[in-house]
Design a protein around this ligand. Structure first.
Ligand SMILES: C[S@@+](CC[C@H](N)C(=O)[O-])C[C@H]1O[C@@H](n2cnc3c(N)ncnc32)[C@H](O)[C@@H]1O
Length: 306
């Protein structure tokens, strides 16, 4: 557990198990392994898991926490962007007789990533580099974006992906700072001060004024929405090609942008009679879960049966 007692807690576990319905010895893909909270529950049902995560730290943690399951081949770990899962799965099929019974996505970042002090996700770590890459093989950090993108694009991006209504004023200030001292934008603290100077006096509530801008940058740096758009048809194809019976595709989204992609895709699949929505409305955290894990408030789970 980290110092702030804020280790990632898997969300909607009961709902994931009900909709994914893991069966003994069947194979499931956990496309967003994180701390492995969902994988652990799937493994407990006697199922096998092929897990993806593009963050090396998640993979290192997994090797320590799941060594038994890895040794027994109940868990196969792959450090890869889930948008390339089709290639990884067809590679695995060369050596393993596998039929995939279900695929789970729990999009976005883990609490571990958000709270880590040295990766630029946290606005509290003022002296750190404004990095925000979940996959450190990616070329562009958040601070590079702030130095490269023109003011209008910056404003649009902060508004569209963060829902920040002061996006224009924030973008204007970023560009002003960039003209004076571009390298100062390398630090988390500079962006926090910029946002504070625009919004600070209007700040209310418990949510930090930097939250929306930080979310927007994180989504862009990690190409989060394009990855989802790319992977959903691939995940469907993997399930369609599998000989398993009663196959499931389960997605948990945390913000409107992610959920819209899932909702639209699932509706299209249902309209084409390829799959059926398990629940008409998205499932959300129970009052009980909200008390234990307030972060689950914005999570929406949608599931499809094939
Ligand atoms: C919300 S966390 C998942 C938490 C996990 N379900 C658990 O119970 O611990 C999302 C994880 O997915 C990973 N991730 C996000 N986008 C990814 C992508 N395109 N490819 C691979 N991994 C990704 C992140 O690095 C992060 O570890």
């Amino acid at each position: 557990m980290n110092k702030n007692n804020q280790e990632h807690q898997a969300i909607l576990i009961k709902e994931v198990l009900e909709t994914l319905n893991p069966q003994k010895d069947a194979y499931y893909i956990d496309a967003t392994f994180g701390r492995g909270g969902h994988s652990r529950e799937i493994l407990k049902k006697g199922a096998k898991v092929i897990a993806f995560d593009f963050d090396q730290q998640s993979i290192e943690n997994a090797k320590k926490l799941f060594s038994k399951e890895i040794d027994s081949k109940q868990l196969i770990l792959i450090r890869e962007n889930f948008s390339k899962m089709d290639a990884s799965i067809s590679n695995l099929k060369k050596s393993l007789n596998l039929e995939i019974s279900g695929i789970l996505f729990d999009f976005g970042t883990s609490t571990d990533q958000l709270m880590s002090k040295d990766r630029g996700f946290s606005f509290e770590a003022r002296e750190e580099i404004l990095d925000m890459r979940m996959d450190d093989r990616l070329g562009v950090k958040a601070c590079d974006l702030l130095k490269l993108i023109d003011e209008k694009q910056l404003a649009n991006m902060i508004f569209e992906y963060g829902g920040e209504t002061d996006a224009r004023a924030i973008a204007k200030k970023i560009v002003a700072v960039r003209r004076r001292d571009p390298n100062s934008l390398d630090k988390v603290g500079t962006l926090v001060d910029i946002i504070d100077s625009v919004k600070g006096f209007r700040a209310k509530g418990k949510i930090n004024v930097a939250t929306k801008t930080f979310q927007a940058l994180r989504i862009i740096v990690n190409d989060e929405l394009s990855n989802i758009e790319e992977v959903l048809p691939k995940a469907l194809k993997i399930l369609q090609e599998s000989k398993a019976i009663d196959k499931r595709l389960v997605c948990i989204a945390f913000h409107e942008g992610e959920d819209r992609l899932v909702k639209t895709f699932f509706k299209k699949i249902e309209a084409e009679n390829i799959g059926k929505l398990i629940n008409k409305k998205a499932l959300q955290a129970s009052e009980e879960e909200l008390k234990i894990n307030p972060r689950s408030r914005s999570a929406k789970l949608r599931a499809l049966a094939l």
